[in-house]
Ligand binder design. Sequence first.
Ligand code: HAM
Length: 421
Amino acid sequence: MERLPGFRDFYPEPLPSKEAWSADLRQRLFDSWRTTARRHGFREYDGPPLEPLELFTVKSGDEIVGQLYNFVDKGDREISLRPEMTPTLARMAAAAERQYKKPLKWFAIPQLFRYERQQKGRLREHFQFNADIIGEADPAADAELIALLINTLRELGLTDADFVVRLSSRLAWQEFYGERATEPGRSYEFFQIVDKLEREAPERSDAALQALGFSLEAVREFIAAARPTDDLKRILDDLGARGLGAFVKVDYLVIRGLAYYTGPVFEAFDRKGEFRAIAGGGRYDNLLKLISGGRVDLPALGFGMGDVVLTELLKARGLVPAVVAGIDVCVLVEDEGLRLASLRVVQQLRETGCAVDYSLTSMKPDKQFKRAVELGAAHTVRLVRGEDGAISARVKNLRTREEQVLSPDAVVPALSVRHPA
Ligand code: HAM
């Protein structure tokens, strides 16, 4: 039985094949995302992986609607796997916002599903770090969010030589459109043409723009001028004050594909332009109102950062963090007559917080030792019965290869990872 195309198997290290993904690396990424989010004052939430289909058709835009994994369930409900987290967040926040002080600063690490054409950096399932701020209209919130995005990538060892956040504004584009449009109601169509400018043949973009009364030349001039709006100026000043100015630039080529964005939008790319976007986001001030049927009207903004492109980039830059099995102690059972006494040591060590492993059945001592080394254990412990019948514990430090002889009761205090209160 094969796995479905575009889905991944995550194995513990060492990986069994080239196409296998590392469960250890994934955990390392999640830990890094969580640590950075908490350091910026964001709280974790989560929602269901299945939602009513309507939640995603209402405002995400045609591109995502075409990629939905949707079906009818046994209760005749039209449902879909979540292709993104933002509509779920908008639903949850609108339902519970009264219970929380504003602004909400929330993050999640959902697995998302999109029936996309498979290509480099694009799969049918990915994990996405989502961070959003709800209930604050001031550009200070946009800057805080972009600072989190930048610091998340820096935390993984990437520098301003590796990536840049391209900052743009739907408002600036809306104004450009409003001043020149012959058909005012087709702005989202126009945004989608701009969104594809980098990937589409110029003649095709030009023809599509002409159909809406624009020329490619005028659009290109607007992008080249890169005049920041007042909001963007505030965001740039704020990030500059944090010493993060080198990580952002105004770039109106970015406009974002999703339909719900209303104000500043941004995407993070590797500087060499080898990969697809590492992350993307922006302001979506009308989505809560729309999803709550007008009941809750709160400004909001956020970004999503996928694990697929990020992992490719970290690999290409030699920045994949070292991952070990995370075993602290291997208890070697060399004398089956001491297995029960050894299990007592295993249990006691685990109760103090040590990660402990041991051989479940009889195994040659050299094989047990080799396994301990493979697992990256810091120590081995083996119980030995002396000629006088007394049991002692041999505790070996695998880094220094020094061995201590202790009484079995002294093992736990010697190796405990928890410090006494
Ligand atoms: P998005 O631009 O669709 O935004 O996705 C954000 C990031 O997720 C992308 O930059 C990319 O790294 C990753 N990604 C998206 N699709 C795939 C895929 N098929 N395979 C691998 N990686 C992928 C959103 O989803 C917005 N909801 C983000 C947001 C949050 N906006 C406001 N709050």
